[in-house]
Ligand binder design. Structure first.
Ligand SMILES: NC(=O)N[C@H]1NC(=O)NC1=O
Ligand SMILES: [Zn+2]
Ligand SMILES: [Zn+2]
Length: 470
């Protein structure tokens, strides 16, 4: 009898993170999808990966990155950004509609972004956000049909990126935009901080010789987040627009969102690693690299966010990777307000959450995998293709060594600019291998491959509006 090869790849002997448990099983892959999951698969395979001692998880899905192309590719690009994601165990991402030029607020701009992605080459699969700004209400429907998976708006200023910059919405544009997006059955994500409060409180610091990190925190208090969250939840209730709250920095906001959810509002909430691993004191010590909005809060907020994760009240975790050239983080000691606000960190999300969530705080791995993969996949219509290790799903898989301690060095980073707030931090876990639709895109030994086979994922409207909380 001939020994017929029927699997392309077999991942053998790992601890596999399934939706409800961690199980010692093998994974067989054929034609880029998971063909079999069972103990001790005997089918022959072209390639076998020895995963003994390793954790095998669904690749992370980073729903919140800013890759800056077209237009501002010297900040970050599709190739470098996605290489960093692959090295960090991430197998799909959704690129934000801003921090590139033009911002993705029209179909023409969306096509320019797709061209930029194709020209650069992308290591893992990707989807796109469309923007909601005061001037593009008439473009939303077309943009939705063209394939953006969801929309994003800012309630406070996103920072100035020059001529043609993305603009925050006023309440009317937000309310009207939500009605249109609701009709298109898409989700609107919102950066929720009150512009009115921030502008008023920032005035006090204008003209000062020195403006510090502490001043910045004072100008963007928790009240600014809570006020905006309440307002947009009210709009979501009235318009029935599915809402997603990005980078929520406080358990107080999570509790307000949870209450709305219990009252039937279709809302999800994300937080980011930086709010889970740092406090305001860390942010002051770390300086420019830790500047972000909303700002990093106190230790009670940090621990309160972990408690809400344990309670299942936070839907998912995303990086909000928002890098810039190093020159834009300079002179922070003189004027912290003047430097770019945004954290560079997407390569570290999975390892940080593995260390701090699972190893330190005992978060079960299936829950971690839900936060990193399944929940974002469901919310933005990538599920049931992505988001789980299950037969028929894309073979988007990451192998993690749970005990490979090291101090993160900048040379390890694959971003355009090898700087990150996490450089110098002690890590315990390390991504060993990342696979995208059955192709190995990263190994710890050999780095990122040169295939750049990432594909654009167009929205699948009928799948978008799946409730996460049953
Ligand atoms: N424009 C932009 O990316 N802003 C992001 N940076 C940040 O720290 N918070 C944001 O919303
Ligand atoms: Zn934001
Ligand atoms: Zn962002």
């Amino acid at each position: 009898m001939q020994d017929e090869v029927v699997l392309d790849c077999l991942i053998r002997g790992g601890s596999v993170v399934l939706p409800d448990r961690v199980h010692s099983v093998d994974i067989g892959i054929r034609d880029g999808v998971i063909a079999e999951i069972s103990p001790d698969i005997q089918t022959s395979a072209k390639r076998t990966i020895d995963a003994r001692g390793l954790i095998v998880m669904a690749g992370a899905i980073d729903a919140h990155v800013h890759f800056n192309e077209p237009g501002l590719g010297d900040w970050e690009g599709f190739e470098t950004g996605s290489a960093a994601l692959a090295a960090g165990g991430c197998t799909a991402f959704i690129d934000m509609p801003l921090n590139g030029m033009p911002p993705t607020v029209t179909v023409d701009a969306m096509n320019q972004k797709l061209d930029a992605a194709k020209a650069a080459g992308v290591h893992v699969d990707y989807a796109l956000w469309g923007g909601l700004v005061p001037t593009n209400l008439d473009d939303l429907e077309e943009l939705s049909d063209a394939g953006v998976v969801a929309f994003k708006a800012f309630m406070s200023s996103p920072g100035d990126m020059g001529e043609g910059s993305f603009k925050e919405v006023d309440d009317i544009a937000l309310f009207e935009g939500m009605k249109i997006i609701a009709r298109k059955n898409k989700v609107l994500a919102v950066h929720a901080e009150s512009e009115e409060i921030i502008v008023a409180l920032s005035e006090k610091f204008e003209g000062r010789k020195r403006r510090t990190a502490k001043d910045f925190q004072e100008a963007r208090p928790l009240a600014a987040e809570l006020d905006a969250v309440r307002r947009v939840l009210l709009f979501a209730e009235r318009t029935e627009c599915p809402l997603h709250l990005v980078h929520i920095s406080s358990p107080q906001a999570v509790d307000i969102i949870w209450e709305a959810k219990l009252n039937g509002v279709d809302v999800t909430v994300e937080t980011c690693p930086h709010y889970l691993v740092f406090t305001d004191e860390d942010a002051e010590r770390l300086g420019a690299l830790a500047k972000c909005a909303p700002p990093i809060r106190g230790i009670r907020e940090r621990d309160g966010l972990w408690a809400r994760i344990a309670d299942g009240k936070i839907d998912f975790i995303a990086s909000d990777h928002s890098p810039c050239p190093p020159s834009m983080k300079a002179n922070a000691d003189d004027d912290y307000f003047g430097i770019w606000g945004g954290i560079s960190g997407a390569q570290s999300t999975l390892e940080l959450m593995f260390d701090e969530g699972h190893l330190e705080r005992g978060l079960p791995l299936p829950a971690l995998s839900r936060l990193l993969s399944e929940a974002p996949a469901r919310r933005f219509g990538l599920y049931p293709r992505k988001g789980r290790l299950a037969v028929g799903f894309d073979a988007d898989i990451v192998l993690v060594d749970p005990d490979r301690p090291r101090v993160l060095q900048s040379e390890e980073l694959l971003y355009r600019h090898k700087q990150s707030v996490y450089v110098g931090r002690n890590f315990r876990s390390k991504v060993q291998l990342t696979m995208s639709r059955g192709e190995i895109v990263y190994t710890a030994e050999e780095g990122v491959g040169d295939k750049r086979g990432g594909q654009w994922i167009r929205s699948m409207p009928e799948l978008v509006r799946k409730r996460l909380i049953l």
